[in-house]
Design a protein around this ligand. Structure first.
Ligand code: GLN
Length: 486
């Protein structure tokens, strides 16, 4: 068997038993990246030296009998998670050469476990987008069809996992950016509860929505990675001191008595592709066959989620991105000799079109006289969406829905049409607005070649329920096809 096609859990067992070494495993991935990435463009930077050094260290830890769950496991991280060793670009020209002076908490946790970081993954600039075409480093291509988008903004992460160019990856999800690319690339993606995983060292896009999450080949792999990165962090005041369950040991059992809520509004959305609807309905039938009870529920305010999100996220972004002024970080336009002109020139050159659009939208919506009408109103709508979920979780344990209304678009299809791109986030935004956890699991292929995802959502800190339902579904549905790349 090719080492790169192992799952994280399988590789862990082989490493523990001494049947493969971390160095061998890391080499297999570095070779695979060399061979495939020129076509896919999932990586912004690769770190062969650092990875092999970490792998050698991992091998000696394993030899000494001290292996932890991630020791020797080759992973990659989205390029907005700060790494002291590697540039952290956020997919932007403005941070092209930025080397953070510190590691994000999740990186420290991975390193404490002895994981191997292969490199940094491509993304829509500052995580704004759903196609990965808004990257200053060129678009990532979907391994299932190189003429299509992988989804975004963690498109590099999803493509790298789908193409076996890492065992698993970390992405970030502000409005769907882990789940939607996972769905388009046929991998598993989890957005944890807001506060479950430290955001320290995650470059901020919209701070009240952002959360780091794993993209993996299987749900069991996601359980391992989630456990490793979760927990309270004194450096992130929004991280929650809630104990971290042993997720990997909570996957087995059955679904008897589990109540699955089906939000009626989600299945009536205009533009829901018939192939997606059918695949998701079949997936729900699999859950019912496993003993779950399906019941219709209502999330009446979810139809306002797109409007509320596309006010709140740009507002927070306009404030967060004010720090890129040519003085403190990265790019500076040196042609100007007057301060305001320097700010203008730096930000015009450094930010791409989508980021500029969001900054302008957010600045407008926050300006005096408009604040109450836009940000204030959107925040009120957000509260109604939170209440919808509270009520829904009184009668159901897990909510099932589509992830994205259509399979992956062709490259270029929405680049001139931001509104269509925004509307495609209709099923994922609510979980961020409410702060609840949500999982995307592959559930079928449109036309036999384009992956479709099933989305599962649960109440705050109920990741274990999501992972269990997702795992049992995965076992029963047996989605084990892979893109053909060789
Ligand atoms: N597609 C959404 C946006 O463009 C979500 C992005 C994300 O989750 N980072 O804002």
């Amino acid at each position: 068997m090719d080492l790169f096609s192992l799952t994280l859990c399988q590789a862990g067992t082989l490493l523990k038993e001494g049947r493969i070494s971390a160095v061998e495993l890391t080499r297999a991935f570095l070779e695979r990246i060399d061979r495939l990435d020129p076509r896919i463009n999932a990586y912004i930077s690769v770190d062969p030296e650092g990875a092999l050094e970490a792998a050698r260290r991992a091998d000696s830890i394993i030899a000494a009998g001290n292996r932890k769950e991630l020791t020797g496991i080759p992973l990659a991280v989205k390029d907005l998670i700060c790494t002291r060793r590697l540039a952290t670009t956020c997919g932007s020209r403005i941070l092209e050469n930025f080397r953070p002076p510190y590691d994000a908490t999740v990186i420290k946790l991975l390193e404490e476990q002895g994981a191997v970081v292969l490199g940094k993954l491509n993304m829509d600039e500052f995580a704004m987008g759903s196609t990965n075409e808004h990257s200053a480093f060129g678009p990532t291509r979907n391994p299932w069809d190189l003429e299509r988008i992988p989804g975004g903004s963690s498109g590099g992460a999803a493509a790298a996992v789908a193409a076996d160019m890492c065992l698993a990856a970390l992405g970030s999800d502000t409005g769907g950016s882990v789940r939607q690319p996972a769905s388009h690339c046929g991998v598993v993606g989890l957005k944890p509860t807001y506060g479950r995983v430290s955001r320290y060292g995650l470059v901020a896009f919209a701070s009240s929505l952002d959360q780091i999450g794993p993209l993996c080949k299987t749900v069991a792999d996601a359980a391992v990675l989630l456990k490793a990165i979760s927990g309270h962090d004194p450096a992130d005041s929004t991280s929650v001191p809630e104990p971290v369950p042993d997720y990997p040991s909570m996957l087995e059992g059955d679904l008897k008595g589990i109540r699955i809520g089906l939000p009626k509004e989600y299945f009536q959305v205009e533009g829901l592709d018939a192939r997606v609807k059918e695949a998701v309905e079949e997936a729900i039938q699999v859950l019912v066959d496993l003993g779950a009870q399906a019941e219709e529920i209502s999330l009446p305010h979810s139809r306002h989620a797109v409007a509320a999100y596309y006010v709140i996220a740009p507002c927070e972004a306009s404030s967060n991105l004010a720090r890129y002024d040519g003085v403190k970080y990265g790019l500076r336009d040196t042609e100007q000799n007057e301060l305001l002109a320097m700010y203008n020139a730096t930000r015009s050159r450094g930010f791409g079109a989508e980021v500029q659009r969001r900054i302008i939208l957010g600045t407008f919506a926050l300006s005096a006289g408009y604040y109450d009408a836009y940000y204030g109103k959107a925040s009120q709508v957000r509260t109604l969406i939170i209440d919808d979920f509270k009520q829904a979780f009184e009668t159901c344990d897990v909510i099932a829905a589509p992830v994205a209304p259509t399979p992956a678009y062709r490259l270029g299809e929405t680049i001139e049409d931001p509104l269509t791109m925004y509307l495609s986030d209709v099923f994922t935004l609510s979980a961020n607005l409410a702060g609840i956890p949500a999982l995307s699991v592959p559930c079928g292929l449109a036309d036999g070649k384009l992956p479709i995802g099933l989305q599962l959502m649960a109440a705050h800190f109920k990741e274990a329920s999501l992972l269990k339902v997702g795992h049992l579904f995965e076992q029963a549905a047996g989605f084990d096809v892979k893109p053909k790349l060789d």
